[in-house]
Design a protein around this ligand. Structure first.
Ligand code: UDX
Length: 457
């Protein structure tokens, strides 16, 4: 999408450079690279500091400069999927290396306006302050999940985590409507204390930043915007969905299997359920089998992304019963990784069963595809609750992975009926608002960045 009519102030920023540092996970690399492209299209020069671990491919972006820092993430696969460990390493061992690299760049270029780093790399705030350069934080997920993260210390003080809440699993959290107790307790990954510390450090680091960018849009997040401004008094820019400007395909870390598109070409309009749980989710064999039988029993055609590593300890499809493959036959197609944006825009796709990762949700909304929402950890539990209860763009699976609930949700979302029709109408309405999205908010971000380096013209 081209961005016309750059404002006057934006035109003066043409020689400014911005340094970006993405969190090296797929769901965070995609929006950071898209943001880099958006800012580049506004005339900024772009340098990207990146880790060895999950490194982007510099050859795909000849218009950017890349600077590699050793990250210290151990080579073994187990460590690479240990999200908390990687976050810890990035915010501790990696800090002096990031600081050294940034220091060298600041000495070599006198046109650097600011750095933009992922909000989860909260230690970059102290580095920026030490080196006297403004930092803008990029929060790659929803405002509603960010505000939930910000409220967790208060919930903890109220004994939220120490009480035995199992019997209150389905009760509402009065401080955070419409969340239920299970949504909040589902946020943490493996270790509660480590997760809460990282989330809290992220929120506090963001408060100290010079600005905050969200990959989201005002019309969707309206109910939470006032709350955001009340608690975070820093310049904030909602300029998503980024992928409406630039696709995420070029930053895919895995090869996207294009045979999925050829298979979709053979299917009827709106008949296929696309199923993908993103780049990080892991499930056990028992849940995978429930997913499989839910799909089989629904009798609907499906395109299913089973990422190697989705089931821990398994190579790929060996956990699936032979009977499932026989029963579903040509009605189902399974790939390791798909060109997701293209899949969602394909006329044959009528629904998306997602893990509720934020990029997936935005991509589905933009293509007007109704969702079935599961959740594994982090923002996903909040996003899925909002999809079901607030935005009403899909159905949340309330029982985890349970074949009867899955089958019933698939039928509701895929078969013509009032439920599906109402969701589609709401999606059409939102899509129109996104399509009418002007470049105003991008221009105000450009203007804001230009104030850091107003002498550079
Ligand atoms: C992670 C977290 O899990 C998520 O909750 C958070 O919001 C962002 O970081 P991830 O699990 O990878 O992200 O999910 P998501 O945010 O949906 O991002 C996945 C990206 O990979 C999307 O841009 C999607 O288009 C792409 N993708 C996914 C593919 O290209 N092919 C696929 O087969 C699946």
């Amino acid at each position: 999408m081209s961005m016309d009519n750059p404002s006057k102030a934006t035109q003066h920023t043409k020689t400014c450079r911005i340094i970006l540092f993405p969190l090296p996970f797929q769901g965070h690399i995609n929006p950071m690279i898209q943001l880099a492209d958006i800012l580049h299209s506004k005339g900024f020069k772009i340098s990207i500091i990146h880790t060895q671990f999950n490194s982007p491919d510099p050859s795909k972006y000849p218009h950017f400069m890349f600077h590699l820092i050793p990250d210290g993430v151990p080579e073994d696969q187990a460590s690479k999927h240990d999200i908390l460990r990687v976050l810890h390493i990035l915010n501790t061992d990696c800090v002096p290396l990031f600081s050294e690299c940034l220091g060298k760049l600041l000495s070599a270029h006198d046109d650097i306006a600011c750095i933009i780093t992922d909000a989860m790399i909260y230690s970059s705030q102290a580095v920026a302050e030490d080196l006297g350069i403004p930092r803008i934080a990029l929060r790659t997920s929803s405002v509603c999940s960010f505000l939930t993260f910000a409220a967790l210390p208060v919930l903890r003080e109220k004994g939220f985590y120490s009480d035995n809440l199992d019997s209150r699993w389905e009760e509402p959290v009065v401080e955070l409507p419409p969340l239920k107790v299970k949504d909040v307790l589902g946020i943490h990954i493996r270790n509660l204390d480590d997760t809460l510390k990282i989330v809290n450090d992220m929120v506090e680091g963001t408060k100290k930043a010079s600005g905050l960018i969200f990959n989201t849009f005002q019309d969707l997040e309206e109910p939470n915007i006032a709350n955001l401004h009340e608690h975070f008094r820093l310049p904030t820019f909602l300029i998503g969905p980024f992928h409406k400007f630039f696709s995420a395909a070029s930053s895919s870390l895995l090869t996207q299997d294009r045979s999925s598109i050829y298979w979709l070409d053979t299917q009827k309009t709106s008949s296929v359920l696309y199923v993908s749980f993103g780049s990080l989710a892991a499930m056990d064999e028992k849940d995978l089998i429930e997913v499989a039988w839910g799909l089989a029993n629904s009798m609907q055609p499906f395109l299913w992304v089973v990422r190697p590593g989705l089931v821990q300890g398994s190579e790929w499809l060996e956990s699936l019963p032979d009977e499932f493959l026989e029963v579903t036959g040509k009605r189902g197609y399974i790939v390791k990784w798909a060109p997701q944006q293209e899949v969602l825009s394909h006329p044959a796709v009528g629904g998306f069963w997602t893990h509720s990762g934020w990029n997936s949700i935005l991509e589905s909304i933009c293509e007007g595809v109704p969702m079935i929402c599961s959740s594994f950890f982090g923002d996903q539990t909040v996003n899925s609750r909002y999809i079901n209860d607030v935005w009403r763009l899909g159905i949340k699976l309330e029982c985890g992975f349970e074949r009867e609930e899955i089958e019933s949700a698939i039928r509701k979302i895929m078969l013509e009926g009032e439920g599906r029709q109402d969701i589609i109408e709401r999606l059409v309405c939102l899509k129109e608002k996104i399509d009418g999205f002007s470049s105003t908010s991008v221009n105000s971000l450009s203007d804001f960045i230009s104030t850091f380096k107003s002498s550079v013209v």
